[in-house]
Design a protein around this ligand. Structure first.
Ligand code: PEP
Ligand code: MN
Length: 343
């Protein structure tokens, strides 16, 4: 249930509502950023009676939330959540592009990639330091050394950094370096990890599981938000289908559906979504046209030499060409691109 307070409700009246919720054994959540003061209630197994709250001083309305995901739903917060990543606004009118290699491989590689993606207009640098690989024999990432190199790239370019968090043990270490923590597809339902990220004061990029439904993705986001971390962005990165010509099937449907069901920003990952370099630009353009708030794209200075996902990584030139196209599409839907370029 959602308790909507009257516009001039006093702090005491708000507190009284929260206390009543706690005394009933449930949890009260302030909904940040909402134009009106609203308090979400979770923890109740059965529907609550609106009358219990409506009669309290300062309360305007008590509304049943019909979706199983409560705090992330549009029902509790009509306006879009805008995540401030050190000045880069994710989920606002402008489209945000994150780009960089699948994995951080060396100082030269990450600095070159960072400079190239910045030149083309990306504002956030991606790069994995802890890599969840299908095979234990494949490159597992440079770990803390990779995080240090990302921090160096940020220092040199001013780009913010997004990197994957693979397990609960490394949360403090990764959080000390990253601007956004990425939860990979394979970890979307790692509930211990989600709970830990819920009490962190860092934006989270939550990727959709390989065979997760949109409801499961939203419930995973609810795990984080219900613990108090409201800065979560959802990422469609393709799901596993019967199709074998492409690595995954990017579910373009997810974009408008998630935007309608939830107030959280939605990011599209065309690289893992299709897995084929030559087709990444088409899917990136489609993502923006469908209403995504941003893109996360793999770019490598020398894709053919990449230690992971080279087959789906764009070269710096291909990325620069794509950025011009994305800018055109963004403009056509009245959503300018946030560009690192001055002016
Ligand atoms: C990645 O971003 O490199 C990655 C491993 O993505 P996903 O978790 O979507 O497979
Ligand atoms: Mn990758």
């Amino acid at each position: 249930m959602l308790i909507v307070m009257k516009p001039h409700a006093t702090a005491e009246q708000i507190e009284a509502v929260k206390e009543k919720i706690s005394s009933m054994g449930f949890t009260a959540h302030s909904i940040p950023g909402a134009q009106r003061v609203a308090i979400g209630i979770t923890g109740n197994r059965e529907a609550l009676e609106a009358e219990q709250f409506i009669t309290m001083p300062g309360v305007a309305d008590a509304v049943r939330v019909s979706q199983p995901f409560k705090l992330v739903s549009r029902e509790v917060k009509e306006e879009d959540t805008v995540i401030d990543v050190g000045g880069v606004l994710l989920g606002g009118r402008q489209i945000v592009v994150m780009a960089g290699p699948c994995s951080v491989e060396s100082k030269e590689q990450i600095l070159e990639a960072a400079a190239a993606v910045k030149r083309a207009g990306a504002v956030i640098l991606r790069g994995g330091a802890f890599k969840p690989r299908t095979s234990p024999y494949e490159f597992q990432g440079l770990r803390e050394e990779g995080l240090k190199l990302l921090a160096l790239a940020r220092e040199r370019t001013g780009l913010k950094i997004v990197t994957e968090i693979k397990d609960t043990e490394t949360v403090p270490m990764v959080a000390a370096y990253a601007d956004i923590l990425q939860v990979g597809a394979r970890n979307m339902q790692n509930f211990s990890l989600l709970e830990k990220l819920g009490s962190l004061d860092k934006p989270i990029l939550l990727k959709r599981g390989l065979s997760a439904t949109l409801k499961e993705l939203l419930m995973a986001a609810e795990y984080i938000v219900s613990r108090g971390n409201h800065r979560v962005a959802l990422c469609e990165r393709g799901i596993r289908t019967f199709e074998t010509m492409t690595r995954n099937t990017l579910d373009i449907n997810a974009v408008p559906v998630l935007k309608a069901l939830s107030h959280l920003p939605v990011i599209v990952d065309p690289s893992h979504g299709i897995g084929l370099r030559q087709h990444v630009p088409a899917i990136a353009r489609a993502g923006v046209a469908a209403g995504a708030d941003g893109l996360i794209i793999e770019v490598h200075p020398q894709p053919d030499k990449a230690l992971s996902d080279g087959h789906q990584s764009l070269s710096p030139d291909e990325f620069a060409t794509l950025m011009k196209q994305v800018e055109g599409i963004a403009r056509a839907i009245q959503r300018p691109l946030i560009s690192a370029l001055p002016g």
